[in-house]
Design a protein around this ligand. Structure first.
Ligand SMILES: NC(=O)c1ccc[n+]([C@@H]2O[C@H](COP(=O)([O-])OP(=O)(O)OC[C@H]3O[C@@H](n4cnc5c(N)ncnc54)[C@H](OP(=O)(O)O)[C@@H]3O)[C@@H](O)[C@H]2O)c1
Length: 232
């Protein structure tokens, strides 16, 4: 039977590429975006006879939007195997936590941390019912406390929080065949990563496909890049 995957923030960049690769792996992919037109254009560009990709609007900062998507998935498929929390914003590169506009910090946490948390709270219960799930949190090495510096204070904080969420939810899911892991895609050529980045989106997305298709004995509650553990 076909497995179903949701990818957030998938109208462009790494999320778009994750959709393409998951569809090529045989998943039914629900490509989501906050802007309906951009998302539908992405689905149109990706869809082929062999790629099963459907569109649904989703703003991860809007609880009603998350609930609407959950209701759609429950009604149409009843089950969800994979959730990729990819949507994120980077607004404060080069700023300082002591004096940057607090609204930037709040907006960043709202999208990068609370957005992923809302999605986990909405979809992991469905995974629990089926006792199967793979959750992939697209994080960043910028969130690693081991090398923490002032690169983008709110963004880095949000990714540290996302990593903490990965570990906490993993511990709450003991006994279920549900795995939740964080990963860094590397420095990738996207709008966020800029044209100077050395990696293609194709390469950056590969780790997400690995985590989305982990076998039952695969890792849980980890932080990876290129299938290798990263320092927290
Ligand atoms: N690129 C890199 O070098 C790099 C490095 C480390 C980690 N990452 C991580 O990789 C992931 C993807 O990054 P990317 O480089 O592909 O970034 P990107 O090109 O800026 O794409 C970000 C995506 O997130 C969406 N988004 C933002 N806020 C949203 C919201 N409230 N609800 C739903 N979608 C929302 C954007 O939608 P709109 O088009 O509507 O803005 C866009 O589709 C992020 O989690 C990022 O932190 C990237």
């Amino acid at each position: 039977m076909k497995r179903t995957a949701i990818v957030t923030g998938a109208n462009r960049g790494i999320g778009y590429e994750i959709c393409r690769q998951l569809a090529d792996e045989g998943f039914r992919v629900i490509l989501t975006s906050r802007d309906k037109l951009k998302g539908e254009q992405a689905v149109y560009a990706l869809r082929t006879l062999s790629r099963d990709i459907v569109y649904h609007q989703l703003d991860v900062t809007d609880e009603a939007s998350v609930t609407t998507l959950r209701d759609f998935v429950t009604r149409e498929y009843g089950i969800i195997e994979v959730l990729v929390n990819n949507a994120a914003i980077l607004l404060d590169e080069g700023k300082r936590l002591l004096d940057e506009d607090l609204s930037l910090v709040r907006q960043t946490m709202e999208t990068n941390y609370y957005g992923a948390l809302l999605m986990c709270r909405a979809f992991i219960p469905l995974m629990k019912e089926a006792n199967y799930g793979r959750v992939v949190n697209i994080s960043s090495e910028a969130g690693s406390l081991a090398g923490m510096d002032g690169y983008a204070p709110a963004y880095s904080t949000s990714k540290t929080a996302l990593n903490a969420m990965t570990r906490i939810i993993a511990s709450e899911l003991q006994g279920f065949n549900i795995k939740i892991n964080s990963m860094c895609p590397g420095w990738v050529r996207t709008e966020m990563g800029t044209a100077s980045a050395p990696r293609s989106a194709e390469k950056g997305a590969q780790g997400a496909i690995w985590l989305a298709t982990l076998p039952n004995e695969g890792p849980n509650g980890g932080f990876f890049q290129d299938e290798k553990p990263l320092r927290w």
